[in-house]
Design a protein. Structure first.
Length: 178
């Protein structure tokens, strides 16, 4: 290889050295060997995921009395935080099952969500775009009801669907900054 061809590669490598020197990754595992807390830091931003079973995600919503946390291999309850110099996203997700029927869960969370603004009920997906004062219904679904309140930059969603003789519900809180 010619020395002239090495120069550009050397400059790129030297340029990336300060970026990689400031990176860090930390992973904590639970007793089953699954990732519990993950933290990645870089000079341009940070990412943290907290999926600690002992600490429920911070959705800002009370959990319906009698509900049990629902965990499986595909869906973990977690707080996710991504921060950069000019942007940030925080997402908290928690899934539960309850012996109460979907109607009781929907009624309970309509009252809970009211503290964040007008509540929209959709039989399908919600849309928080366009700076509306309340989310709009976007897409229809046969068995899932979504409730939402807040704004595009700070919203709360509750998704409810039947599960056996009871209900399964997911609490979601999304905050963004740009």
């Amino acid at each position: 290889m010619r020395t002239g061809a090495l120069r550009p590669a050397l400059f790129v490598l030297l340029g990336l050295l300060p970026v990689t020197a400031g990176c860090g990754i930390s992973v904590d595992k639970d007793d089953d060997g699954r990732n519990k807390n993950v933290s990645i830091t870089t000079p341009v931003g940070n990412l943290s995921v907290k999926a600690d079973a002992d600490t429920p995600p911070d959705t800002g919503l009370a959990v319906h009395a009698g509900a049990r946390a629902l965990r499986d291999e595909e869906h973990e309850n977690a707080n996710v935080n991504i921060e950069g110099g000019f942007f940030g996203v925080k997402v908290a997700v928690a899934r539960y099952e309850d012996t109460a029927d979907t109607e009781a869960i929907v009624d309970y969370y309509k009252k809970e969500l009211a503290k964040f603004g007008a509540v929209t009920e959709c039989h399908g997906d919600l849309d928080f775009k366009d700076g509306e004062s309340a989310p709009r219904c976007k897409q229809r679904s046969r068995d899932e009801i979504q409730l939402g309140a807040g704004s595009e930059a700070d919203n709360h969603i509750v998704s409810v669907k039947p599960r056996g003789s009871g209900a399964e519900f997911t609490l979601i809180h999304v905050q963004t900054r740009s």
